[in-house]
Ligand binder design. Sequence first.
Ligand code: HEM
Length: 466
Amino acid sequence: MTTMGEMLKWAISRLTSWDLSIALLGLFIFRCLHQRRSGKGPMLWPVLGILPTILSNRSGIHDWGTRALIKTGGTFPYRGMWMGGAHGIITIDPSIVEYMLKTNFNNFPKGSCYKERFRDLLGDGIFNSDGESWKQQRQLAKVEMHSSPLGVDPGCLALDLPDIPFAKAFEEATELSLLRFLMPPFVLKPLTFFGLGTERRLKEAIEVVHNFADKTVRDRRNILGKLGNINDHSDLLSRLMESDIKHFPGNFLRDFCVSFILAGRDTTSVALAWFFWLIQKNPDEESKILAEIHQILGHSQCNNDIRAFTEEGLKKMVYLQAALSESLRLYPSVPVEMKQVQEDDVFPDGTRVKKGARIFHIIYSMGRIESIWGKDCLEFKPERWIKDGKFVSASQFKFPVFNAGPRLCLGKKFAYTQMKMVAASVLLRYSIKVVEGQSVVPKLTTTLYMKNGLMVTFKPRLMNNA
Ligand code: HEM
């Protein structure tokens, strides 16, 4: 016999993210109706008016959002769900970004809202910490990452990653943690407490991720215990463990691993996917990149035996660096960032923000506005990054693709080296063709995955013709 409780539990466990989103939308409309009747707050009709637009733009929500932000002048306040208490501003204004990420950095931490939603997955890792804990982890990672003479291997955690169940679990865990932002606490808390619906799936995904990270730490610890050092591993985790194994409390190393996987794995692979797609759409740019690679390698070296490029050679690939930056401008691996206001504050444009407000800056949109990039902002033009034959980077605050200020991405240099190595190696050996008829659109999550992936064909090139 099935009890009412069991039936309810079963029904909730069948809920998908979309069901939840629709339920939340319903609550939002209900809240607007309620506010209208009581004569305060926003009217329902403007909200209803915008709904068909949002729904019809679901697949191109990033571009629709960009157009909306431009129309509002670049910064606008929002107020979230009933009882959720979310409020703040959404902005694409570089002066606000600079103020938050550098000028008044201490007043704009990641904040409790982010931490609560990501704590189950990230623990107290560098991505999910502020203040002293963040400072210490950053210092530690910085020392280890910059202590290698080559600067290519050491940023790598050298975790044996291509395990598909792990990759799927990791993607699902980040997506479902993000979904928590859409839920008001009175929906989220019971789901978490009883382990129902999306929260049940999140728990399962996190378990896979944590088991993987725990095993990695355990394996390294065993080697360290047996040999006294980890000679064969020049990766960051081994270096950390060798530096002071007793120093790290509780789940520190596991959280460290998970944060670094989040930081460095999909960001780079996603960036490369968009890069190859853009190159395919711009064959002239592909020819220029190839010409540069051939010129750097020289005729004699262009054969199948070339397995890796030297660090010197990679540094000389200015056009490739420009093309990767251009690709990241249009398709930033992290499309949106959020900060939470510590104390009431006023932005350089006069906008006032209250303690607890959440400020979103939309990196995706910032890469596509005329006021920063000019009339050709939607075109793929690597030349805009080159002056007198040299690569010239843009201001961190106009191009916060790697974040900016004291929390600038620690792996930026490493990521460029890695992306250049992969892109040059692949382009040199293969002509890539994107399979016709696919819909290539970004997914709505923390990392700018391609929603439907990217199908391509590889045709080997004749290597010795420069
Ligand atoms: C294309 C590749 C990459 C992009 C676009 C990128 C972008 C970013 C962004 C936007 C942040 C700020 C995130 C936040 O605070 O919420 C960040 C932080 C960070 N990134 Fe990267 N990243 C890339 C590759 C890497 C790689 C390869 C590594 C390590 C090997 C790495 C290590 C880190 C670390 C440790 C942080 C945290 C810094 C801190 O909070 O102090 N990143 N990155």
